[in-house]
Design a protein around this ligand. Structure first.
Ligand code: CA
Length: 400
């Protein structure tokens, strides 16, 4: 404001010192005296002055550009920006190593017994029996209780002439005579029957009641028979393969598969079975220690070469679940719980199916199956340390 007043008086003094102009548009024009002229001049000067001052204030004239100032200090860092988008998935890693085959699973529970089937169709009507009549002749009838009957012309009447021997011993009856199983002829005499014997011209051939069935002499062919009594493995018959270390020994005329931390298998060197047809593999066996990993006596479709479940159509087996029949590595029949008694095991092939017997009791019958070409005992599975063990008293393979 001080500045504004200073400018006003400066300009006013300049205006007052210059020659007076004529203002045709002044509000004091009509009076025409010197004061009026003066006031008009002042008024006009003030008006012009205000206009110039407003111009200076509102539209200042730019001066020359000043020198660039010194750069100020850097400002503070701004806030952290938002998190970026998730990156792309990396490449798939290499496959892991194949794990060891797990232990055999538990045997499933037995299924429930099925319901009774529907009632069958009614059978055809049977033939009418002969009632109580044993013999009939034109003179009468003999009934099974030995009574003789005569036809009266209108009815059957008891003849009071009962036969003195069981009717089952009478071969033929003629009314007045009958023939018994001894060949004797009896005749009716009054109210009784008299044994007349038989004619001397022939000796009756006794009627045999049955023919004895001849007992065929067993003609078993022995294909393999090892009693393990010599304390040495017969390497003409057997081949030994170590898969988990350790070895066999002999004890009391038996070969010992010790179990525990070691295991192996011993297989027949050649096919001990006939190419086709029936055979029986029988063995005396006693388990000595039962642990998680099972062992036993098994048959193979082909020569057993390492562990191959698909090659084992049937085996006599035991692990900590008990004594079982196993097929293709799976339990198909439970023979008993854990069992360390001596038993006779028998695997029979009938030319189509395998049957397994425990002490002559049938425990399992397989589906139709190809014949075996190999027998082995122990276990070819590798790399365990908790093996079941057993002793084999003998193994015998026969063909009927
Ligand atoms: Ca023996």
């Amino acid at each position: 404001m001080k500045m504004r007043l200073l400018i006003v008086f400066t300009v006013l003094s300049v205006i007052l010192l210059r020659p007076l102009p004529v203002f045709a548009a002044s509000p004091f024009d009509n009076f025409g005296n010197p004061f009026t002229i003066l006031f008009n001049a002042i008024y006009e000067a003030i008006q012009e002055l205000n206009t110039r001052i407003d111009g200076l204030i509102n539209n200042p004239v730019s001066g020359p550009a000043g020198a660039t100032g010194i750069q100020g200090d850097s400002g503070q860092s701004g806030p952290t920006g938002p998190t970026g988008a998730i990156g792309m998935t990396g490449p798939i890693g290499a496959s892991g190593l194949v794990g060891e085959i797990g232990p055999q699973g538990w045997t499933g529970v037995a299924g429930t017994t099925g319901g009774t089937g529907p009632i069958g169709a009614t059978g055809a009507q049977g033939l009418l029996g002969a009632g109580n009549v044993a013999f009939i002749t034109e003179y009468g009838i003999l009934t099974n209780d030995g009574t003789v009957w005569r036809w009266s012309g209108s009815d059957w009447l008891e003849d009071n002439k009962d036969v003195p021997i069981p009717v089952s011993n009478i071969v033929q009856f003629s009314g007045h005579f009958f023939l018994d199983v001894n060949g004797d002829v009896w005749r009716q005499g009054g109210d009784t029957w008299i044994n007349t014997g038989h004619p001397s011209f022939g000796t009756p051939t006794p009627t045999p009641t049955s023919f004895p069935t001849p007992t065929p002499t067993p003609s078993l062919v022995i294909l393999l028979d090892d009693e393990f009594n010599n304390s040495v493995l017969d390497t003409n018959t057997w081949e030994f393969f170590s898969t988990n270390g350790g070895t066999y020994s002999f004890d009391n005329d038996s070969i010992v598969v010790p179990g525990g931390s070691s295991m192996f298998y011993i297989r027949t060197k050649n096919n001990p079975f006939p190419v086709t047809g029936q055979f029986t593999a029988e063995f005396g066996i006693q388990y000595t220690g039962v642990d998680e990993s099972g062992v036993g006596v098994a048959l193979g479709f082909e020569q057993q070469n390492g562990y191959d479940q698909s090659n084992i159509p049937v085996s006599y087996w035991q692990d900590h679940n008990g004594l079982v029949v196993s097929r293709f590595g799976l339990t198909v029949a439970n023979m008993s719980g854990v069992n360390t008694n001596y038993h006779i095991g028998k695997i029979v092939y009938d030319g189509d199916k395998y049957q397994v017997f425990l002490d002559s009791v049938l425990k399992y019958t397989s589906p139709s199956s190809l014949t075996a070409k190999s027998l082995w005992f122990g276990n070819p599975f590798c790399c365990r340390t908790n093996w079941t063990g057993f002793k084999l008293d003998y193994i015998k393979v026969t063909q009927p």
